[in-house]
Design a protein around this ligand. Structure first.
Ligand code: 13P
Length: 340
């Protein structure tokens, strides 16, 4: 696989008006979300839910790629068509989550280190053979009193860079996801400081591990006040802080930045992405896109509830959020769209 092919895939992943749909919840995470809305936590329910998402008519108008989980990439539609074929037939690129989760970090209470490097070369070869064209690895950084530590930031950045190098060797575009969580009472300014330090460390490690920046996608958090912070900044303040931070820390060679939603509502995630594109579009070196899970799926999940009778309404809700995010990419989103 040449660098040119990697770059072509990365470009397609952030093509104009499009973004990624993350549907790679691990089985425990998926079970938690199902339990909350009363859906049985079975393999068949997960398959059926993912079939509802992937068969949404017109999804490919807004979604360039979907991120799958190991269980899902091996599953099929009820009629026997493999999901990977359903996805490519819809003009969407299949991707795969390859980390094996964030675990407690030794010597670093309250902090996490993401695992999954052992055997990764072989797993990437298998996923590539199954049709995946890109991969995802998520690192988790927590803000609280005295953390994040330098040790946690460096270890996670190093793992992200080793993963990214292995992906490019296998011909898969790495989605590099260092997530600074919005849990806690910290301010927007503190999130900005931590996010900048994390991104600078990640790009230093990517350079050391010889990752081609044009052949990867960055998936960062938006710069936000903590969920419990008494001061919740405006959409414009969030947009300005996020883009200022990214301009300081992300090299212009990167083609695209696709945000995670991190627990924001669908409407807020769209409004904030929109404000960034409205206020900065002419001065951005990279595309600003989305790679949302909850901010695209949540309304559809709540409507679906595991019932065949709710399928169409759930698909309409999913289509609607994906369409709102295309508008946000273009700087054309407004809250009136939520009433259509
Ligand atoms: P959220 O958009 O729900 O944060 O999920 C994105 C993701 O892929 C987390 O790894």
């Amino acid at each position: 696989m040449s660098a040119q092919e990697l770059i072509a895939t990365a470009k397609a992943m952030v093509a104009e008006g499009k973004g990624l749909l993350a549907m790679d919840e691990s089985t425990p995470t998926c079970s938690k979300r199902f339990e909350k809305v009363g859906i049985p936590q079975t393999e068949e329910a997960r398959r059926s839910y993912r079939e509802m998402i992937l068969t949404t008519p017109g999804l490919g108008e807004f979604i360039s790629g979907v991120i799958l989980y190991d269980e899902t990439i091996r599953q099929s539609r009820k009629d026997g068509t493999p999901f990977v074929k359903v996805i490519t037939d819809a003009g969407i690129i299949p991707g795969i989550k390859v980390d094996t989760g964030a675990k407690d970090m030794a010597g670093h209470p309250r902090e996490k280190i993401t695992e999954g490097l052992d055997g990764l070369r072989d797993r990437l070869a298998e996923y590539s053979q199954m049709g995946a064209r890109f991969a995802k690895w998520r690192a988790v950084i927590t803000i609280a009193d005295g953390i994040p530590s330098r040790g946690c930031i460096e270890a996670n950045a190093h793992a992200l860079a080793r993963y990214a190098a292995l992906c490019q060797e296998a011909g898969l575009v790495p989605v590099v996801e260092p997530e600074v969580l919005m849990d806690g009472g910290h301010t927007l300014e503190r999130c900005c400081e931590v996010t900048e330090e994390v991104l600078r460390t990640v790009f230093s490690q990517l350079y050391t591990q010889r990752v081609t920046l044009e052949g990867m996608i960055l998936k960062p958090n938006m710069v936000l006040p903590g969920k419990d912070c008494p001061k919740q900044d405006s959409v414009e303040e969030v947009a300005d802080a996020t883009v200022t931070c990214l301009l300081r820390a992300v090299p212009a060679a990167v083609l695209g930045i696709a945000f995670l939603s991190g627990g924001q509502s669908g409407e807020l995630a769209s409004a904030r992405l929109n404000a960034m594109n409205v206020r900065f579009k002419s001065r951005l070196p990279w595309a600003l896109a989305f790679s949302f899970a909850r901010a695209i799926q949540q309304p559809a999940l709540e409507i679906w509830q595991g019932e065949e009778a709710h399928l169409l309404a759930a698909q309409q809700a999913l289509y609607h959020r994906a369409r709102c995010n295309r508008a946000a990419r273009r700087g054309e989103y407004n809250t009136a769209m939520e009433r259509t």
